[in-house]
Design a protein around this ligand. Structure first.
Ligand SMILES: C[S@@+](CC[C@H](N)C(=O)[O-])C[C@H]1O[C@@H](n2cnc3c(N)ncnc32)[C@H](O)[C@@H]1O
Length: 360
């Protein structure tokens, strides 16, 4: 490639001039050897340009070292600058058309070593190229394409390996905790990390906590890491409970977690028989949690805190549902807060309402 050879001392000044004139080739590194600097250039330059460059450099030197200025164009092998893409889309430039890149949904989830992304149907013919671009960008082990929405009672989705290792078991790290999971068998969303931390930071020592829809146990683990509490963590998905048990061993916990496999409606009967009540109940099953509100109110200690989740446009429906259940059992309600946890679909949010449930 072509480079300008210049006495080492003047390399930087000439670099600035070459940049201003857009002659420098930004894809290659400047090299120094034998008291000379070698600056990559992006085109052939004739004698007139060389003289112009020398004159400009002399002006910058203001009389110093002027006699030593001699610019020479030479052939030189220079090292290419490694460029790291800023997005998967940038990694696809030149491989897909601009319209196709525009259409690609570039938001993706990273769960441990696994990347999960959505590819619009029209672009699925390029899934191989997109998968490898995502693999290269994220530096994880395997890339998977969403094949369905999150569905069914266990809230899992179909996925297909499109690049890298076809391994769905992984360890995800979050706020100093480690979660073992199999992304094809259990629900897990890294987008709830901030929400989990928020809830965990509210819990006090000695509380009795119930997570009605606990999954692999991310809420219980984060709480029990910080606090000496007792947590009953229920899930209907056997695989989630097996991972939760593994996660209890993977993390150093101050509190005690009781993983329970089963339907909360049935498990709640045992709690009631034993007259067990809770100071805090987490209900993260946003599609249908409202169906279990009566149960939660019945299992709540006086002045207990409810963290209720649902998919909604706003908080009105959720607040109405909680107050209806509370009133039914002669309880009063204080709304402590409400927030949008993440977006779920256009105009719909995964929201949380925190409420205190007390006797009248
Ligand atoms: C949205 S996921 C939340 C999991 C976990 N809390 C988290 O944040 O990762 C809801 C979970 O509820 C479980 N589930 C659904 N219906 C249930 C029921 N009737 N009783 C117990 N668990 C249930 C599903 O298996 C799923 O793991």
């Amino acid at each position: 490639m072509l480079a300008i050879k210049i006495p080492l001392k003047e390399t930087n000044k000439l670099r600035i001039i070459l940049m201003e004139k857009e002659i420098i080739d930004m894809n290659y590194k400047i090299q120094s050897s034998d008291s000379y600097g070698y600056i990559p250039i992006n085109r052939k330059i004739d004698n007139d340009v060389i003289i112009e460059l020398e004159n400009e450099l002399k002006k910058k030197l203001k009389g110093q070292n002027e006699e030593k200025i001699a610019i020479e164009v030479v052939e030189k092998n220079l090292e290419k600058i490694k460029k790291y893409p800023k997005s998967i889309a940038e990694n696809l430039e030149g491989k897909l058309s601009n319209d196709e890149i525009e259409e690609l949904k570039t938001s993706f989830d990273i769960i441990g070593d696994v990347v999960i992304l959505e590819i619009p149907e029209k672009l699925q013919k390029h899934k191989d190229i997109i998968g490898h671009a995502a693999l290269d960008f994220t530096k994880r082990k395997g890339v998977f394409m969403k094949k369905s929405a999150i569905e069914g009672i266990t809230r899992i989705r179909q996925i297909e390996n499109i690049a890298g290792e076809n391994e769905t078991r992984t360890i995800h790290k979050e706020h100093g905790a480690r979660f073992s999971l199999d992304v094809k068998d259990v629900y897990f969303s890294p987008r709830l990390a901030t929400e989990r931390k928020r809830i965990a930071s509210q819990v006090k020592d000695k509380e009795m906590v119930l997570d009605m829809f606990a999954g692999i146990g991310p809420f219980p683990i984060l709480i029990a890491k910080r606090r000496d509490v007792e947590i009953y963590a229920v899930d209907i998905n056997k695989s989630a409970i097996l991972h939760m048990k593994e996660n209890i061993h993977l993390n150093k916990l101050k509190g005690k977690i009781h993983p329970i496999h089963g339907d909360i409606t049935q498990i709640a009967k045992n709690f009631k028989e034993k007259n067990m009540k809770f100071d805090r109940i987490i209900m993260n099953l946003p599609g249908t949690a409202y169906e279990f509100l009566d149960l939660a109110i019945l299992l709540m200690n006086n002045n207990g805190i409810l963290h209720y989740y649902e998919f909604a446009e706003n908080y009105d429906q959720g607040i109405e549902r909680i107050s209806k259940s509370a009133l039914k059992y002669d309880k009063q309600l204080e709304i402590l807060g409400s927030r949008k946890v993440k977006s779920s679909s256009p105009g719909q949010w995964h929201i949380c309402i925190d409420a205190k449930i007390s006797d009248f």
